[in-house]
Design a protein around this ligand. Structure first.
Ligand code: GLN
Length: 435
C-alpha cells in the first residue's frame, strides 16, 4: 500500500509504488526450488523477483526485476491454443484436445480413455497436440507463426534462448513419450519429432514479466494489444483462452488458485505466472523458485496479496453503478474532476490518469484541482491509498487538491482542503490561487 510519506510514492507513480510494496513484503520468501529437470533452467538466479501490471488502456506499471528475461515455458500454451482455435474453431480443436482440468501434474499422462484425447491444452500432452494443430507448410513455418503471434501479444519481437531449447531437446524424453502415446491413440496427427521440436522451441521463447503483463492485457482487451493497437486474435478466441486458463492454467492447483486468487492464469517451470483480470489488466510475475506443483512460490504468494489488496477476484462483484470519471473546466486554469460510482483498483487507476493529465496541462499549469467525490458510492481501501498517494505526488509538484466531499468520508485522507460542495470547493480553490 503506498504511503504518502514515502519518497517512493512521490518519485514513482502510485500504482508502481503499491506493486513495489507488495513485492518487498515477499522478497525474503526463499521457499521452493529452481527447476532442474531441464538442466539449463537450473542456472537461473533464484533471487530474482519481478512484477508488472499492464492495463487495457495501455499503461504499464512495474516493480523489481520486471525486465529480467526468462523462457516462457508453459505460459506459451494459452497463446498457441489461441492460434489453434483461430485455425480450426472450438469444435475442431475439441476433437483433438479436451477442456477438463486433469487434477494431475503438468507432465502427467492424462489421456481420455477411448479417444486418447489429452485432458486439456494447458498440460504438456494437450499443448503438444495444440502446437501440432497450428496450420503451416512445415515445422519451421509453424514455429515462425507461433513466434509471430507471441510477439504480437507482447508488442515486441521476441527471441529464442537456444541454450534452453537445446537443453530441453536433449532431455525431453518424457514429452516425446507423451507424443508417441498420443500418436498411437490417434489424437496427435503429426510426426512426434516435428510436434515436440516446435513445442520445445515455443517453450524457449524469452520474455520478461513486463511482456507477460502486456500479453495478458491483450487477452483482457478482447485480443487487441492495448499498447500497439494490433488486433492479435478475435474476441471469441480471447474468451475461450481465458476460460481454459481459469479452469486448467495452474495444473493441479487450478481449483485452489481460482478459489483464492480468482483470476484466469498460467504458470511455467521457469517461474513465470501470467494472470488476467478480464477487461481490466494483465499481470506478469517472475520468480524462479517453484513449489512441488511447478508453480512459482513467490509468484503465487504475490498474487494472493494482490488479489486481496486490489480486490481482484473475478467472483467479487462491485455494485451496479458504473464508475465514471469526468473532467469539466471551470476556467482555463481550474478543472473539476468528478468521480462517481464504486471506486476500486481499476477505476482508481483511471482517476489517477485523469488527475495526472489535468495536472500536466501544458498550457495552463494548474496549481489547484477540485476533486468532486460527492457521488462516489463506495471507495475500496486500495483506491483510497492510491488517491492519497497521488495527492501527495501532486503536492510535490506544487498542485493542491481541494476535495468536494459533503459527507466527509475521507476519500483522500491526507487532504487538508475539504469542502462541503463543488461550489464551495471552487471558491476555496480560488482563494488558494489568488490569495
Ligand atoms: N517445456 C516444459 C516441459 O514441457 C514446460 C513445462 C512447464 O512450464 N510446466 O516440460
Amino acid at each position: 500500500m503506498p504511503h504518502t510519506t514515502s519518497s517512493d510514492a512521490i518519485e514513482l507513480d502510485p500504482i508502481s509504488a503499491a506493486l513495489g510494496n507488495v513485492l518487498s513484503l515477499l522478497r525474503a520468501d526463499d521457499r521452493g526450488e529452481v527447476a532442474d529437470y531441464i538442466p539449463e533452467l537450473s542456472t537461473a538466479d533464484p533471487s530474482l523477483a519481478g512484477l508488472a501490471l499492464a492495463s487495457t488502456n495501455g499503461r504499464l506499471y512495474t516493480a523489481g526485476d520486471a525486465d529480467s528475461p526468462f523462457t516462457i515455458q508453459s505460459v506459451s500454451k494459452p497463446f498457441v491454443y489461441a492460434i489453434a482455435l483461430a485455425d480450426h474453431g472450438l469444435e475442431g480443436v475439441l476433437a483433438h484436445v479436451g477442456a477438463e482440468p486433469s487434477g494431475e501434474a503438468f507432465n502427467a499422462i492424462s489421456l481420455e480413455p477411448g479417444t486418447g484425447r489429452p485432458a486439456n491444452p494447458m498440460i504438456n500432452a494437450g499443448a503438444i497436440v495444440t502446437t501440432s494443430l497450428v496450420i503451416a507448410e512445415s515445422p519451421t513455418e509453424r514455429f515462425d507463426r507461433i513466434l509471430g503471434v507471441l510477439s504480437a501479444f507482447a508488442g515486441r519481437q521476441l527471441d529464442v534462448d537456444e541454450r534452453v531449447f537445446e537443453s530441453e531437446r536433449s532431455t525431453g524424453d518424457r514429452n516425446r513419450a507423451l507424443g508417441y502415446l498420443m500418436r498411437s491413440a490417434g489424437s496427435l496427427v503429426s510426426e512426434v519429432d516435428d510436434a515436440v521440436e516446435v513445442y520445445f522451441r515455443q517453450c524457449a521463447v524469452l520474455v520478461t514479466a513486463k511482456d507477460l503483463a502486456v500479453m495478458g492485457a491483450t487477452l483482457a482487451n478482447n485480443g487487441v494489444n492495448p499498447c500497439t493497437g494490433d488486433v492479435v486474435i478475435d474476441t471469441t478466441v480471447a474468451e475461450q483462452v481465458l476460460t481454459l486458463m481459469a479452469t486448467c492454467g495452474m495444473y493441479d492447483f487450478s481449483g485452489e488458485w481460482l478459489l483464492r486468487i480468482g483470476l484466469p492464469a498460467k504458470s511455467g517451470v521457469s517461474g513465470g505466472i501470467l494472470a488476467v483480470s478480464p477487461a481490466q489488466y494483465g499481470i506478469g510475475l517472475f520468480s524462479p523458485r517453484l513449489d512441488e506443483r511447478g508453480n512459482s512460490v513467490r509468484g503465487v504468494e504475490i498474487s494472493r496479496v494482490l488479489a486481496t489488496r486490489f480486490a481482484l477476484h473475478a467472483m467479487h462483484h462491485t455494485e451496479r453503478t458504473a464508475p465514471v470519471v469526468a473532467t469539466t473546466s471551470v476556467r482555463a486554469d481550474l478543472s473539476v474532476v468528478t468521480v462517481q460510482g464504486d471506486i476500486e483498483f481499476a477505476a482508481a487507476e483511471r482517476v489517477l490518469l485523469v488527475l495526472d493529465d489535468v495536472a500536466s496541462g501544458e498550457a495552463t499549469r494548474p496549481s489547484v484541482i477540485v476533486l468532486d467525490v460527492e457521488r462516489v458510492t463506495k471507495c475500496h481501501p486500495v483506491a483510497i491509498a492510491l488517491l492519497d498517494a497521488m495527492a501527495a505526488r501532486l503536492r510535490a509538484r506544487h498542485v493542491s487538491i481541494v476535495v468536494a466531499d459533503p459527507l466527509r468520508r475521507h476519500i483522500v485522507p491526507s487532504a487538508s482542503n475539504v469542502a462541503a460542495s463543488v461550489d464551495a470547493a471552487v471558491a476555496h480553490a480560488d482563494q488558494l490561487m489568488h490569495g
